[in-house]
Design a protein around this ligand. Structure first.
Ligand SMILES: [Ca+2]
Ligand SMILES: [Ca+2]
Length: 488
């Protein structure tokens, strides 16, 4: 606590009425205390106010050197005004002003950013943040200090998902049924396994996960559309021997219902949670009613034990039968990707929207994410869970306003939490990276501020993301390659 000698030196008669009243309250409050004058620093409990005055909210095409300007006031005096870009301090300007800071906008990736200011007084009171969502122009594809290698691995054919082993290898699913292995940045010629799949539309090999004890047990879990017995999606476990699947090692975890003629909305991703259970994103087979039908495993997040049995503590297990006992969350359209926070408790689900919105949902046992009654933040009814974050398919009016700001896309595809052990700057740790298949962007969601910021442009249809806990790089799987974004 900083002693507020300047306040002590003043006569209460010279303080504004509100402050004088607070002095009175404080004196009463500490009258019975034994610590003498030490609480005097708390006498000023009136927070300053601050407002970002430039750039204007929703400004776009900002380029080159930008001057951020703010106004601030306080009952006693503004000690400093703090300026942030994307929740990182870029300047702290001492009172009494004027308050301005210059930044080189070219240090940030082009796209959406959020500027914020707040003021602090000598007693440590802070104002609320005043913020502006803006768009930086230019053509920078990653922030300054980062390296983007779009061709870290090439030669993939219709890739859909990937997973990284503790030894650094990547296992990459190709829609046509091959699971490829990347070792030391080299795509091995021999696949891990070749599956007979139906790969029409969005069908095929659509998900891969490794067991948490993969190094010991070699268990690889795949999600694919088999033509056997009527096209349907299957979740199976294989056992690795070196870089290939042990012959005859397939153990079926689940055979989902036979699909309709619709070849879209199969979901795909599967990941192990911190509870050691296998979670699977399953689409509604282009039949929206499936998403709300708790007797169907379609349009859901499913949860299994690693051996394929269904946990008895699944939220609807007691009142369901068959595969419906595996339902963990529902009301989803096409949860093509989702992610767990390494070492944390968060799970975010990316639900691909229909005509208007792409959404990030907070994964919660038993939650109903609203599809088809709601899409994105619109028409969310009581008892359903709105998205944490959503962005639209078309620019808002005016551009940048409303949920998602300047971000627009067609299909959210790829999610990964940046690990605490990573080499990116501190503000990235715990951030959630997500990508859009059509717009080719990678953005990061800042949960503390419920905001998303431009991070990278990768073009070429990103489908999956992986922030590696091993080397700290962000890997972006596109339909044909793995891009690597690292620092430096
Ligand atoms: Ca004050
Ligand atoms: Ca929803």
């Amino acid at each position: 606590m900083r002693p507020s000698s300047s306040i002590m030196a003043r006569s209460p008669r010279r303080l504004p009425a509100a402050a004088a009243a607070l002095v009175g309250v404080a004196l009463v409050a500490c009258g019975g205390g034994g610590s003498g004058g030490t609480p005097v620093g708390e006498l000023d409990s009136v927070a300053p106010s601050a407002a970002l005055s430039a750039p204007a909210p929703l400004a776009s095409g900002l380029a080159g050197t930008l001057t951020l300007q703010a106004s601030a006031s306080d009952n006693v005096g503004v000690a400093a005004v703090e300026f942030q870009v994307d929740a990182v301090q870029v300047a702290s300007v001492p009172g009494p002003g004027p308050y301005s800071a210059t930044i080189d906008s070219n240090a940030w990736a082009s796209g959406q950013h959020v500027l914020r200011v707040r003021a602090r007084d000598a007693a440590g009171n802070v104002s609320a943040w005043s913020s502006a969502t803006v768009e930086f122009g230019g053509s920078r594809v990653v922030p300054a200090g980062f390296t983007r290698n779009l061709g870290w691995v090439g030669g993939l054919v219709d890739a859909t998902a990937f997973a990284q082993a503790p030894d650094g290898r990547f296992f990459v699913a190709e829609q046509g049924g091959t699971l490829r292995v990347v070792r030391g940045g080299v795509l091995l010629a021999e696949p891990f396994v070749r599956l007979n799949v139906d790969s029409r539309g969005e069908r095929g090999l659509i998900g891969v996960a490794l067991h948490p004890d993969f190094a010991a047990n070699g268990w690889v879990y795949l999600h694919y559309t088999t033509p056997e017995g009527g096209a349907h999606n299957r979740i199976s476990r294989f056992t690795a021997v070196g870089d290939v699947a042990s012959a005859g090692s397939e153990v079926r975890i689940a055979d989902l219902p036979v699909l309709s003629t619709a070849t879209n909305h199969n979901g795909g991703a599967l990941h192990f949670g911190p509870d050691g259970k296998l979670y699977v994103g399953v689409g509604e087979n282009a039949n929206p009613a499936n998403a709300q039908n708790l007797a169907s495993p379609l349009g859901k997040i499913l949860r299994f034990n690693a051996d394929g049995t269904i946990p008895g503590d699944n939220p609807f297990a007691a009142n369901a039968s068959g595969l419906a006992r595996a339902v963990w969350a529902y009301g989803l359209r096409n949860p093509f990707t989702f992610a767990f926070e390494p070492g944390g408790s968060r799970m975010y689900i990316n639900d691909v929207g229909q005509n208007a919105w792409e959404e990030i949902d907070a994964g919660t046992a038993g939650a109903n994410y609203g599809w088809p009654a709601s899409e994105g933040p619109v028409n969310v009814s009581a008892g359903t869970t709105p998205p944490l974050f959503a962005y639209g398919h078309a620019p808002a009016a005016p551009p940048g306003s409303g949920p998602g700001g300047f971000l627009t896309g067609v299909a959210i595809a790829g999610g990964s939490f940046y690990p605490a052990s990573g080499t990116f700057p501190a503000e990235y740790r715990g951030s959630y990276f997500f990508a859009d298949l059509g717009s080719g962007f990678v953005a990061r969601y800042d949960a503390a501020n419920q905001a998303a910021y431009a991070f990278a442009q990768v073009g070429n249809s990103p489908v999956d993301l992986h922030a590696s806990p091993f080397d700290g790089a962000l890997y972006v799987l596109t339909r044909s390659a793995i891009a690597r974004i690292s620092r430096p």
